[in-house]
Design a protein around this ligand. Structure first.
Ligand code: SF4
Ligand code: SF4
Ligand code: SF4
Ligand code: FES
Length: 989
């Protein structure tokens, strides 16, 4: 299959647009509105080519075998120039003083490519002001060429559906919520629109006035310069002015650095370039990240001010009674080494415990567990996956063998049906959620959501299930039983690939539809509908998160999910599988690299003599044989007097661990507590020594995202003076304890990891260079597995196993005293307690504090209004916050996000845990509500996007532009060969 481009054959890919074929051929054609990740938009008309003698838009035409394409015929070129001339009527060229003149401006580059000397269509000013009401970006209608890329990105990639263009207006412009100020709209500040804008109409505020040599001038001076240039332009032509601006753009390169990094917030694993000028972050530019393409959320795109916060720790601190004093690095490190040695000598190595940070790199987690095991001699080692994802890992280990997502985000996108359980995906994993929203909107993917809250994904779902708290296992098992009993199970798949069916099916006996309906509060008909949809969908992915795992049945419910996937044959194929969504950016990697009490890196068991012997030989030490304490057990061990000392990197334990008061009381009892942090966190209050570490932008290393994707991050800026990269600090401590580690660069650490860890055997920094990535397991030859289980399951027999389950009641159910159920979790804008995100002013402006979501019915019953101060009391503590009345919650169920250090929700949560993994049952909390007599405004400002009114539409709807009476396609005789919808359908296949 090939087309002939300018007399040369060019192979075509099935369903692709002609523009992509032409671009691969090397023929250069203008293409202003086209963006490879957005598909055909067809607003600019600059990509005109002749196909078999007819003029067509290359971006709106499907490539067909045998097409004769002319990109440089006189007709094509005349049409291209005419179309671009119309664009210049909407855009004033003042490149030399434009912050977007950085070599990548589409308008500038197209003007140069077409060798434009003069424009026929005069620039026509639009009667609209610049809109700067969003804290992070501004829109300048004067410069907007109405290409619609931003609309397409917002409607169909981010699927926030805020942007539109009302083509029928006399002078159209981009509209937010149909005409609101940006700051008052539903815009969630994801930045997609700014990223894809081909010119300076949408720009990051952090770029303005900072990028060019002349762009920082006062507005009136800039305007004067523009007027002078425009005055001479008609005489001297564009090209000489363009040359000047190109020289200036070239000069900018010497002062602007661009470095690739990986987002440090959630587990989606977005990667992007960060532009900096010294320590000033000009912008975050997603290019073509393997997980995210051009996508970001508010945190990844705009949430980096914390790096330059004046609150950063830059000196080690040592406690003296109830105060801290600054100390030199030598003094602090010597003290740490001395006290660790003394405690080890006095009480044994198991009197010490270590917690690595899920925000740190793989290399840092590896070194931390090596310090614990090889230098101190204890397996008391953990990371915060204990707080969230350990139950999911257990469920997968029990059934299919690998404790990670079965496939990639692209599998989720191509699934026939996505089932989301206990995950507020649009807020907790925003970019991953966009792929589901997009497939659901454009491709008819089916979506079922089970959650206590009617959050965005629930609102979009074809079926929204609201089971009683903690009962997901029941309805999942009932649905699976129904599937078996009605001949809907995938018999051939089970016979070939799944063991232990009989015992499992027997365990399903109690889970009748009647029982599930009664216990979960869900209609039987709905459960049957769910069962049939799952069984009949061609491919199913199930996504889950802490709404499942943070229960006493967390491991078992995760197992029930995997059982259901096995029963319906939804493993081993693209578009299928189990997706526990990892919370922190590197919580997967911290576990993968051995920060666990029972595993060396790569889930190699510490109590396996052969494995231990391998590590003993490599590290030249004797290693402890018994699994150590996990971080839940550590707290009990401190209270019991068995644990005397802890070394914690970047974990806000005193707020994020459940039953925070009990945790704080434990930390107070420690003989010697070392915290490594970038800010003086709440947990630092309990420390004896505080060591200033570095955030991700100041170091090299690798992160592993939820889809098991290992990616490199490059140093964007030097460590802030006085702070040190965490891996260097761990080395400093180890060597003071006699370790003699000689790592000079993080790549050397990874070489050692790969040599000892079959799961990562083929991982090298070279194979991860730039935007390259690997999804474990990685074989020695570097081949990886984006989709797991394509040949067999990861068990000794190669078969998966059904795992029989029983049901037990959730803990802490509401009673007469504590009569309301309290749910808790994340928010889009803040990461956890907000230690990093509150330091971005724009985020603070949108979400200044925590709040308590109250249902309208409960509000009316208790006389609560928006902003009313409430006190919540549980058996473990109390917190105060303002009410937000919303239909997202129903009846007697409350929700409180975790974004507060002052009133942390975990003062209310209990010490009950999942039985297998000790993950706290955060989601099983009952409280009593007291209405305080303090009334105030709503805790969220009216500028919060939750109050906006989106305007969903199918995209930019260019057909409405073409219907305008003043629209004339360039180059008389345009033929619309394919409609945009047809081309897109081809692309989506
Ligand atoms: S939500 Fe806001 S920032 Fe994101 S694409 Fe839409 S308008 Fe742009
Ligand atoms: S603001 Fe939107 S429509 Fe205007 S030029 Fe930028 S991407 Fe195109
Ligand atoms: S979705 Fe997650 S990884 Fe991506 S930008 Fe947002 S916080 Fe960062
Ligand atoms: S690139 Fe704009 S119409 Fe084709």
């Amino acid at each position: 299959m090939a087309v002939i481009v300018n007399s040369k054959p060019q192979e075509i890919k099935p369903g692709e647009c002609l523009i992509n074929t032409i671009n691969r051929s090397g023929a250069l054609i203008p293409q202003v509105c086209h963006h490879p990740q957005l598909g055909p938009i067809q607003t600019c008309d600059t990509c005109m080519v002749e196909v078999d003698g007819k003029l067509v838009r290359a971006c709106g035409t499907a490539a067909m075998d045998g097409m004769q394409v002319e990109t440089k015929s006189p007709r094509a070129q005349a049409a291209q120039r005419e179309a671009f001339d119309h664009i210049l009527g909407n855009h004033l060229l003042y490149c030399t003083v434009c912050d977007n003149n950085n070599g990548d401006c589409t308008i500038h580059n197209t003007a140069v490519h077409l060798e434009i000397e003069h424009q026929d269509t005069p620039f026509q000013s639009k009667p609209y002001e610049v809109d700067s009401s969003n804290p992070f970006y501004r829109y300048d209608p004067q410069q907007c060429i109405l290409c619609g890329r931003c609309v397409e990105a917002c409607q169909n990639l981010q699927v926030n559906e805020t942007l539109s263009i009302r083509w029928e207006d006399p002078q159209p412009r981009v509209l937010w919520d149909g005409g609101a100020l940006i700051g008052n709209s539903s815009c969630v500040s994801c930045g997609h629109c700014v990223t894809v804008c081909p010119c300076n109409a949408l720009m990051e505020k952090s770029m303005l006035g900072h990028t060019g040599y002349f762009t920082g001038m006062p507005v009136h001076a800039l305007k004067g310069m523009i007027d002078i240039v425009k005055g001479v332009e008609s005489e001297i032509g564009f090209s000489s002015i363009m040359q000047l601006s190109e020289v200036e753009a070239y000069m900018r390169e010497s002062q602007i650095q661009r470095n690739k990094t990986v987002c440090t917030y959630c587990g989606v694993g977005c990667s992007f370039d960060i532009w900096t000028k010294d320590r000033h972050i000009l912008k975050v530019e997603p290019l073509d990240g393997p997980a995210n393409g051009v996508s970001t959320c508010i945190k990844g795109k705009f949430g980096w001010d914390y790096v330059n916060s004046p609150d950063r720790l830059t000196k080690p601190l040592i406690r003296e009674q109830d105060r801290f004093r600054e100390a030199s690095w030598d003094e602090a490190l010597n003290l740490v080494a001395r006290r660790f040695s003394e405690i080890k000598t006095a009480h044994g190595p198991d009197a010490l415990a270590f917690i690595s940070s899920s925000k740190c790199t793989n290399e840092e987690s590896y070194l931390m567990q090596k310090l614990a095991r090889a230098v101190i001699g204890t397996n008391n080692m953990d990371n915060c996956s204990r707080y969230c994802q350990a139950p999911a890992t257990t469920g997968l280990f029990r059934t299919v063998g690998y404790g990670g997502d079965s496939g990639s985000i692209s599998d989720i996108e191509q699934a026939g049906l996505v089932l989301i359980i206990g995950s507020n995906t649009a807020e907790s994993h925003p970019v991953l959620a966009t792929r589901v929203k997009r497939a659901h909107k454009l491709r008819g993917q089916k979506l079922i959501v089970s959650d206590l809250r009617e959050h965005e994904m629930a609102r979009r779902a074809d079926i929204f299930l609201h089971p009683r708290p903690g009962t997901d296992l029941v309805w999942l098992s009932a649905v699976t039983r129904y599937i078996f009993e009605n001949g809907l199970a995938k018999r051939g798949f089970i016979d070939q690939w799944v063991g232990n069916e009989e015992a499992y099916r027997k365990s399903l006996d109690p889970f009748t539809l009647e029982m599930a309906s009664e216990r979960c509060g869900l209609p039987q008909e709905t459960l049957i509908q769910v069962a049939r949809m799952i069984a009949e969908a061609g491919s199913v992915c199930i996504l889950w998160a802490m709404g499942v795992t943070q229960h006493v049945m967390g491991s078992d419910t995760s197992t029930a999910i995997s059982n259901l996937l096995l029963a319906t044959g939804n493993y081993m194929r693209p578009g299928t599988g189990a997706y526990p969504l990892r919370g922190h950016n590197n919580v997967q990697g911290a576990s993968d690299h051995g920060s666990m009490p029972n595993y060396f890196p790569g889930y190699q068991k510490v109590d396996d003599p052969a494995i231990r012997a391998k590590f003993e030989k490599a590290w030249n030490v004797a290693l402890p044989a018994q699994p150590g304490l996990d971080n839940h057990m550590m707290i009990d061990a401190i209270h019991d007097g068995r644990l005397k000392s802890m070394y914690v990197i970047g974990e806000e334990m005193s707020l994020v661990d459940s039953n925070a008061g009990y945790v704080a009381a434990a930390l107070e009892k420690l003989d010697f507590f070392v915290m490594q942090e970038i800010f003086f966190s709440q947990t630092c209050r309990f420390a004896d020594v505080i060591l200033p570490g570095s955030p991700s932008l100041e170091k090299e290393g690798t992160f592993t995202s939820t889809e098991r994707r290992i990616q490199r991050l490059y140093q964007v800026m030097e460590p802030l003076e006085g702070s040190r990269p965490d891996w260097r600090i761990v080395i400093d401590i180890a060597n003071r304890l006699g370790a003699k580690w000689t790592y000079k660069h993080t790549s050397e650490i990874y070489e050692e990891i790969a040599s000892l860890t079959p799961l990562m055997a083929g991982v090298t920094y070279e194979r991860l260079e730039g935007y390259k990535s690997l999804q474990w397991p990685v074989a020695p030859d570097g081949s990886d597995q984006p989709l797991l289980y394509t040949e067999q399951f990861n068990t000794p027999s190669g078969k998966a196993q059904f795992f029989p389950l029983m049901w037990t009641e959730p803990s802490n159910q509401p009673d007469d005293v504590y009569d309301l159920h309290l749910n808790n979790g994340r928010l889009l804008e803040h990461f956890h307690e907000g230690n990093m995100t509150y330091r971005t002013e724009g985020i603070r402006e949108k979400v200044p504090c925590t709040f308590i979501e109250v249902s309208p019915e409960l509000a009316s019953e208790r006389g609560i209004e928006a902003g009313t101060w409430l006190q919540l009391t549980s058996p473990f503590g109390e917190v105060k916050a303002q009410a937000l009345i919303t239909k997202r919650v129903a009846g007697k169920e409350l929700y409180m996000p975790m974004n507060s250090s002052e009133e942390p929700v975990n003062l209310l949560t209990s010490s009950c845990t999942d039985k297998v993994t000790h993950t706290p049952a955060y989601k099983e909390t009952s409280v009593r509500l007291t209405v305080l007599n303090r009334k105030s405004e709503s805790p969220l400002p009216r500028t919060d996007p939750r109050f906006g009114h989106p305007t969903p539409q199918t995209g930019v709807e260019v057909e409405r532009k073409w219907a305008r009476s003043d629209y004339h396609p360039p180059g008389n005789g345009l033929v619309q060969i394919e409609t945009r919808t047809a081309v897109r359908a081809g692309q989506e296949k």
